[in-house]
Write a protein that binds this ligand. Sequence first.
Ligand code: ADP
Ligand code: MG
Length: 224
Amino acid sequence: MEIRVKDISKIYGANENQVVALNLASMTIQEGDFISIMGPSGSGKSTLLHIISGLDTPTSGSVLYGSTDIHHGSDKDLSAFRRRKIGFIFQQFNLLPVLTAYENIVMPMLLDKKQADEAYLQELASLLGLKNRLSHLPHELSGGQQQRTAIARALIAKPDIIFADEPTGNLDSKSGGEVMNMLCNIREKMKKTLVIITHDPRIAQMAERRFTIIDGELSEVTAS
Ligand code: ADP
Ligand code: MG
């Protein structure tokens, strides 16, 4: 499914407190694309990803998945759509501390009143090096293992599209490298669309299409 992001603006606050976080951002994401978005802190990266994935609403502009405008339907439709079509990976992992890795991974399915595909879960655990960690609580896992658990959770509903907001931002370079390698490997194997925000030029270079964002202005980097 093609995603068309058209003239998205996001303005926070009013009057003299106004912050223009995004100014007329547009991009088209094709099925299977691997896209990176780089930009300094505060440039609007998270705002953009949240709006494209339906976690936040734009001040103006539209986001179309195929012919569906995700910001102009009901909230109920949007949350169902997000649960089934989109996986989101956060910098801070956002695991529930009282649940085991396994329980965290299947949580999106429970919220959707569905059964997790157990064979698929085991395949994910194996691809992410979590086979012997599924019964552990988050505090018993390393940062890299926690993020890999969060990746499995993002993938459990078999979404077509994965968004990742600085997924290695809280990790040392070795575990960050492992997380990126596994994510790239899964993307290729399972033919997912991946849009990743990063500070790290090496990670940005791994993507097939690269964008930069500066002061809310999004542009694609064209090969020279
Ligand atoms: P990045 O992810 O690139 O660091 P963000 O998208 O988080 O940047 O933020 C872009 C700008 O919008 C920043 O100036 C930030 O302070 C501002 N901003 C983000 N969220 C809010 C909010 N809820 N209320 C007010 N300003 C916000
Ligand atoms: Mg951010």
